[in-house]
Design a protein around this ligand. Structure first.
Ligand SMILES: [Zn+2]
Ligand SMILES: [Zn+2]
Length: 175
């Protein structure tokens, strides 16, 4: 991961292109944040860092395949990542003030662009905010935890409807 901090002082005026395929870029933070997201086809990022008058323009794309848990039933669902992004980092002011949002870090008086932080952030943005294995996923029974897509359970949430109770009784009786 040593090559994910780009020394800005050495950046050529025409810019720099990077291809990142070290899975630790993503598996590291996934483990750190305890995210239940598995990589099923390698994630790669292609970046172009362009120095401009007052900052750095980072253009890139991330692609790969992961699984994330369905928001309702928690079953892993496949997500194809194909994300283009553009990120602008302001050159820090003379006082050396680097705010928490900046992806430019200072070390021993030299400035570096933390591209690992950029691709991680863009990866998280590419994940679906409300993943559902299917639009009508029935989720888990709040009482017994059964996956209601696979089977009805015997819990009492439909008690108010006598027709459901009868059906449930029949089903249970047969098993
Ligand atoms: Zn689901
Ligand atoms: Zn249940």
């Amino acid at each position: 991961m040593s090559d994910t901090r780009i020394p800005l002082g050495a950046l050529p005026p025409e810019g720099l292109e990077l291809h990142l395929d070290d899975q630790a870029l993503w598996t590291g933070p996934l483990a750190e944040f305890g995210m239940d997201c598995r990589i099923t086809a390698p994630l790669t990022a292609d970046l172009r860092i362009q120095p401009l008058e007052d900052g750095y323009l980072v253009r890139g794309a991330i692609s790969g395949d992961v699984t994330v848990p369905c928001n309702r039933c928690a079953e892993p669902m496949p997500v194809h990542i194909e994300e283009r992004f553009e990120d602008f980092e302001d050159t820090p002011s003379d006082e050396g003030e680097l705010d928490g949002e900046s992806r430019i870090v200072e070390e021993k008086g030299a400035l570096y662009l933390d591209v690992a932080a950029i691709v991680w952030e863009q990866f998280v943005l590419a994940l679906p905010p409300n993943p559902l294995c299917r639009p009508d996923c029935k989720g888990l029974c709040p009482e017994c935890g059964a996956n209601l897509n696979e089977s009805m359970c015997a819990c009492s949430r439909d008690e108010g409807d006598p027709r459901m109770a009868v059906l449930r009784g029949l089903k249970i009786g047969k098993q």
